[in-house]
Design a protein around this ligand. Structure first.
Ligand code: TYD
Ligand code: MG
Length: 465
């Protein structure tokens, strides 16, 4: 028997070292190295890099146009919002990592997807490492007959899972979760970097060979990274992130990486008693719930290729605390700080002795500078205690980036944002001035003018536009 060799793998960044040290050379974290033994391996990672299978023979490069690429139809999961985020369905042979915090609905979503695929005549497999088959069944009972027809194995041994995949040859498989799998030849607890990487590599190899689309469910760490280290994100074809506030019913799925589609798409779901329900028209929900009170503004934002109207709310409260609090939910804190600074300099209130809270209603997260104007108007409105809704109670809609000198800057897809607002009877929409603006807008060159118009009554603003 060969002498067992040990390597030390950082549980935070995946860096490998030959000897133990208190501090990882890769990421500088302390106490993250864990010993990993490999029986008879000649230098652990070297073996893996060569694939272990005659990789030394020279390969013949082929021009891309001569590469045979049989066009495999995508597998539609039957959940339109999910299919859209995937770029049109699951690609056979691909690996999708679905991350999200516990209880967000990962098992529910994947269970529903497999149920639909099974109903459409595809062979599927659900590998549950976390729950017993009986527990999976209880969930499926809530999801309906299709979900109950999904074959399940409760298994955590990587070898057994690979064996089952080879024997069953499903078209789609869910592994819930990748952190529970463990390879027998390796030491280290399930969920450790080495185990997760080994499991994902092995699963990828069979998935490619059998043209099976695999969804790996992954936990997120408290920092929000999928599977602790980012090792898996490089490996898989697509990284989906399922997020939302657990206490709110709205959930969003977005692609952080997608080799077969755009990464800007977002699917919106609502958790109900019968599973996740797609919200095909989220704007209607958010506008319907928008309030006409001071501090509320509707932002016409873009979620991928789709315009989305969301309500941005602000609260300004006097405080003795220094420095005062700035709390942002759903938008970036730094952008809030920037908008507050510009407000103070360019026609808005100075809020040095006030706490400011900004919230995007519905648990939605907005990641674009186009939200600046909405934040500025909501904060100004909250500060003055004057609503921005018109006399019919329709909220003010707007979008635009606020520059450091107080100017308003255009953002992409102005026409589609405005069209969405108009569809819900909102308008004129406050927008940054610029060429080729659609109708039903009130364009402003800078924040000062937008603020003045907003509080002078929107009728006048429309007349001026
Ligand atoms: P789950 O899919 O198990 O989350 P995850 O796999 O991400 O940990 O379920 C998430 C929550 O959703 C759970 O607390 C129960 C709830 N739920 C419903 O409200 N309705 C349903 O039909 C189902 C199946 C779950
Ligand atoms: Mg689960």
């Amino acid at each position: 028997m060969a002498r067992p060799t040990s390597i030390y793998v950082c549980q935070s960044c995946g860096n490998e070292a030959l000897s133990w040290s208190g501090r990882c050379n890769g990421c500088g974290e302390c106490n993250t190295l864990v010993e990993q033994r490999r029986e008879g391996a000649a230098g652990g990672s070297g073996k893996r890099a060569q694939g272990g299978r005659g990789a030394r023979a020279a390969a013949k490069p082929v021009p891309l146009r001569d590469v045979s690429a049989p066009k495999l139809a995508r597998l539609r999961t039957g959940i339109d919002e999910l299919d859209r985020v995937l770029g049109g369905g699951l690609v056979p042979g691909s690996l999708v990592l679905l991350g999200g915090s516990p209880g967000i609905g990962k098992s529910t979503l994947t269970g529903m997807a497999l149920g639909n695929l099974a109903a459409a005549g595809h062979k599927v497999l659900y590998v549950s490492g976390e729950e017993s088959a009986a527990q999976v069944r209880l969930r499926a009972e809530r999801l309906g007959d299709d979900a109950l027809s999904v074959p399940v194995i409760a298994e955590t041994s990587l070898e057994a899972v690979i064996g089952t995949l080879e024997a069953e040859r499903p078209a789609a498989c869910v592994i819930d979760s990748v952190q529970t799998l463990h390879a027998e030849g390796m030491s280290g607890a399930p969920g450790s970097v080495g185990q997760v990487r080994e499991a994902a590599n092995a699963v990828m190899e069979v998935a490619k060979r059998l043209d099976c689309a695999v969804i790996l469910v992954g936990h997120v760490t408290k920092e929000g990274a999928v599977a602790g280290p980012r090792v898996l994100e490089h490996l898989v074809d697509c990284v989906l992130f399922f997020e939302g506030e657990r206490e709110r019913s709205f959930r969003t799925v977005r692609a952080l990486k997608n080799r077969f589609g755009a990464t800007s798409e977002v699917g919106v779901f609502e958790m109900r008693s019968g599973g996740l329900v797609e919200v095909a028209d989220p704007s209607a929900r958010f506008v319907g719930e928008a309030s006409a009170a001071p501090g509320s503004v509707v932002l016409a934002s873009m979620e991928g290729s789709r315009p989305l109207l969301v309500e941005v709310q602000a609260l300004v409260a006097p405080t003795e605390i220094v420095p005062p609090r700035r709390t942002a939910t759903g938008i970036d804190r730094n952008r809030l700080a920037m908008v507050l600074a510009v407000l103070a300099r360019h026609g808005g209130p100075s809020l040095a002795s006030a706490d400011v809270f900004v919230n995007v209603a519905g648990g939605v997260r907005i990641d674009e500078p186009g939200a600046d104007l909405a934040v500025a108007l909501a904060v100004a409105s909250a500060h003055r205690g004057e609503p921005l809704a018109d006399t019919d109670g329709r909220p003010l809609a707007c979008f635009g980036e606020v520059g450091l000198t107080g100017e308003l800057r255009s953002v992409a897809h102005a026409d589609r944002r405005v069209a969405e607002a108009v569809k819900f009877g909102l308008g004129p929409v406050f927008v940054p001035a610029g060429p080729e603006l659609p109708s039903a807008v009130a364009p402003f060159a800078d924040l000062r003018r937008a603020l003045r118009a907003a509080f002078a009554g929107r009728g006048q603003a429309a007349a001026a536009a």
